[in-house]
Design a protein around this ligand. Structure first.
Ligand code: ADP
Ligand code: NG1
Length: 516
């Protein structure tokens, strides 16, 4: 049976060409550049040395920088990331077990000694919390084995899984725990590799959705931005990604604009702590408390986006965000809400609070800041719209010939600076070292802000093509010159760099016909 033919008609399974149904491209290995070739060769040698297997194919998934729209994806709001040159590269060998009687297994090794080898069974995927590196990989496999909606594809995967082992060597160049989405690139790469190994053709949108859902198995309630850009990115532009349903469109930055990413040298492993999930829960509670005051069925409301939709019908997006923001002003107080106050306000028991509002590692929380978090979310959602608008105005004016790019860059920079101030003061997810780096950047560029989850990690700064190299040198002299040690598992080339706006996930396979 040729599964790709059957899948063409399946619900949510890909055809090529039409947006929404387009699949990650499969390219011959000869398409890779010299740097990638060296890494692919090293992975191939590792795979042969460890497992005596030859590669069947390679998968490359980029990391990302989020330009604006931070901590709002899980409230349902649009974000503006772009893929970067740092990536997760996998070299994969698929073993067809046929009737050998061997049980289907997963073998993982990593080019970087920080990450220990792993062997597990395809039949029993145990994902630990907090996760080790291989747990992210298992999430990707889990998504494909257990989370497909299409019945034909599901049945096919079941048959294939019973007779396939996979051997994978991994090389990641995205600095880990630094807000550039190393974990989601790994999850997304694992999902794509599993689908390809099992010869099931899935669209970028389906892969992105499956990867976002399955990464939540490590315990963090992420919003889906990272996995979406990992698959949907296109070269040379940023993407405005929107949710429910997942969709995206290109956003062109002004001609001559350049983005520099710089590491604060502080890191945080999101899945090991509860900071991230606490913010998700504070946003949910803010939405639920306001919904209750307004007389809505608040138990059905899970996000600030859903609250906004409920309170403002038949008005423009911008007006409706302002309307939701004014409710935050009038309905919520500055002081943190205690658990007891919330139980009273929502008129529920502690068990109901856990069920309706909290998540796995937040049941211990006693105090919740609602007004500050919700104000950030609605204001940041407005900033994303304004940022895109400025880029669009700029494109239109450029086309007409009369255009002042400096003015546009200044406006975009101001929006990025305000975003940072809000993340630092209202959302409280920055870090003193990161604030110091942002201040340093802001003196020499149009605008700079924390990118990614925060509590450390990276800064994104807006500058121009002609100034970017000088700007990187300035940061090296003023921030990095006295650094003796890089963050664990990070490589010096990923500490401060000018970004290329890259394309999304790709499969490299010399035997191009193989699965498709
Ligand atoms: P990020 O913001 O980079 O996504 P997370 O804290 O969510 O940070 O995830 C970081 C985790 O991802 C690491 O602790 C590690 O388990 C995994 N990871 C990152 N890079 C690699 C890599 N090159 N190889 C294996 N695992 C990696
Ligand atoms: P990073 O920076 O990769 O930890 C996280 C979430 C995103 C988003 C940002 C903040 C995951 C996998 N990723 O990104 O969805 O909420 O924080 O904007 O949880």
């Amino acid at each position: 049976m040729d599964i790709s033919d059957k899948c063409l008609n399946g619900n949510g399974v890909a055809k090529n060409g039409v947006f929404g149904e387009e699949c990650p491209p499969v390219k011959p290995l000869s398409f890779i550049d010299q740097t990638l070739r060296v890494r692919a060769d090293a992975l191939c040698s590792l795979l042969r040395k460890k497992y005596s297997k030859d590669p069947s194919f390679y998968v490359r998934v980029p990391g990302r920088v989020n330009i604006i729209g931070e901590h709002i994806d899980y409230s349902g709001y649009g974000v503006l990331p772009s893929a970067i040159q740092h990536d997760m590269l996998l070299c994969v060998a698929v073993e067809d077990l046929g009737t050998s009687g061997k049980s289907p297994s997963i073998f993982l090794t990593n080019i970087n000694d920080c990450y220990q080898d792993f062997k597990g069974s395809m039949d029993e995927l145990v994902i630990q919390k907090p996760p080790s590196w291989h747990d992210y990989f298992l999430c990707g496999i889990h998504g494909i084995l257990h989370d497909l909606k299409d019945e034909v594809a599901k049945e096919h995967i079941k048959e294939k899984k019973a007779v396939s082992s996979i051997y994978v060597a991994v090389d990641g160049t995205i600095p880990p725990c630094s807000g550039l989405s190393s974990s989601s690139s790994l999850v997304s790469a694992a999902a794509l590799a599993t689908a390809y190994a099992m010869k099931v053709k899935l669209s970028k949108l389906v892969l992105a959705s499956i990867s976002a859902r399955t990464e939540r198995n490590v315990g963090t309630e992420g919003g889906g931005m990272d996995q979406a850009i990992a698959f949907l990115a296109s070269e040379g532009c940023a993407k405005l990604i929107e949710f429910n349903p997942l969709r995206c469109h290109d956003v062109r930055l002004p001609e001559g604009a350049s983005l520099v990413v710089a590491h604060s040298l502080a890191t945080i492993n999101k899945a090991a702590g509860s900071e991230y999930n606490t913010r998700v829960v504070e946003c949910r509670l803010a939405a639920q408390v306001i919904a209750k005051h307004q007389g809505f069925a608040w138990q059905k409301i899970r996000t600030l986006g859903e609250l906004e939709a409920a309170v403002s019908k038949n008005v423009s997006k911008n007006d409706s965000l302002h309307c939701a923001l004014s409710l935050v002003e009038t309905e919520l107080h500055e002081e943190p809400y205690s658990k007891e106050e919330l139980l009273k306000l929502l008129d529920i028991s502690e068990a109901e609070l856990i069920k309706l509002s909290l998540n796995a590692n937040t049941t211990h929380l006693q105090s919740f800041k609602l007004k500050q978090r919700a104000s950030h979310v609605y204001q940041e959602a407005i900033r994303v719209l304004e940022f895109e608008n400025e880029c669009l105005k700029n494109l239109n004016v450029t086309a007409g010939g009369d255009y002042n790019s400096k003015k546009t860059l200044e406006k975009l920079g101001e929006l990025m600076n305000s975003s940072h101030a809000s993340l630092r003061d209202l959302y409280e997810c920055s870090h003193p070292q990161l604030d110091q780096l942002v201040n340093l950047c802001q003196k020499k560029c149009f605008g700079a802000r924390l990118t990614g989850a925060g509590w450390g990690g990276c800064v994104v700064a807006l500058t121009t093509n002609s100034a970017a190299d000088g700007f990187v040198e300035y940061l090296k002299e003023n921030f990095y010159s006295s650094v003796k040690q890089l963050p664990t598992c990070s490589d010096k080339n990923s500490i401060v760099f000018r970004t290329n706006l890259e394309c999304g996930a790709v499969v490299y396979d010399d035997d191009g016909k193989a699965p498709h």
